[in-house]
Design a protein around this ligand. Structure first.
Ligand code: 13P
Length: 249
């Protein structure tokens, strides 16, 4: 059975008081018996405080880390440092890190390996920019992203991975993939997992959709057979909209 997951990527938003309040509000509004796993990826500066809060219903993950054990990497955070404060989940491959911070596929592969070696769960992001979709090359593009940075893992390691399909043209733009576009890509990703591993494994991996997902479109997106939840940006910055999305299955 695939896990249903709704994750909030707060990116570089919210100051301390608002961040803690939002985190607490979401956690106390969430029932432990809910069948949806909720995750928040706050700015790194809040990770220690948020991951120390006694909430069982909310997984706190890191938006970023540097794939070296320790050393002279000014401004960076290692995976073992994340581990030492109780964080167990990381986001890797977000299009903003690829585009603004030059994180290319080999570097992302190192991040994947570093996270897996340290027992972390990974939410691995993939997705094509607009020009690639306009040229009808999105399948090839996304498949390469997965092959180049992720599919070297063995089947056991892959069980630590959740995939998030985020078409770059839909992120923060208000343009959402249609349900046909989302399902087409998600079912392709599942088929690639089956080809590279097994049907058994591909049926265990959750594939999330991200890109202008909001309370108005979440229900129809989550109803697609291969969409197992969402990675939410803007709409995760407010309690009501995030919880509405979480209740959209
Ligand atoms: P938006 O929901 O703001 O489009 O952002 C999606 C995203 O990038 C989540 O990682």
């Amino acid at each position: 059975m695939r896990k249903k997951i709704v994750a909030g990527n707060w990116k570089m938003n919210l100051e301390l008081e608002d961040a803690l309040n939002l985190c607490k509000e979401i956690a106390v509004s969430t029932d432990k018996s809910t069948e949806v796993d909720l995750m928040i990826f706050p700015p790194a500066i809040y990770l220690y405080t948020m991951s120390s809060l006694p909430f069982e219903t909310l997984e706190i993950g890191a938006q970023n880390f540097y794939p070296a054990e320790k050393g002279a990497y000014t401004g960076e955070i290692s995976i073992t440092q994340l581990s030492s404060i109780g964080v167990k989940t990381v986001l890797i491959g977000h299009s903003e890190r690829r585009a603004y911070f030059g994180e290319h596929s080999d570097f992302l592969k190192r991040k994947v390996d570093s996270a897996i070696e340290n027992g972390f769960n990974i939410v691995f992001c993939c997705g094509e920019p607009l020009n690639v979709r306009e040229e009808n090359n999105e399948m090839k593009f996304v498949k390469s992203q997965l092959i180049d940075s992720l599919f070297h893992l063995d089947a056991k390691q892959m069980e630590q991975v959740t995939i998030a399909y985020e078409p770059v043209w839909a992120i923060g733009t208000g343009l959402t993939a249609t349900i046909e576009q989302a399902e087409e890509m998600h079912s392709s990703i599942r088929n690639w997992l089956t080809d590279a591993y097994s049907i058994d494994l591909s049926n265990k991996i959750s594939i999330l959709y991200g890109g202008s997902c909001n309370p108005d479109n979440a229900k129809e997106l989550f109803a697609c057979p291969n969409v197992d939840g969402g990675l939410i940006g803007g709409a995760s910055l407010e309690r009501e909209s995030f919880l509405k999305i979480a209740n959209s299955f």
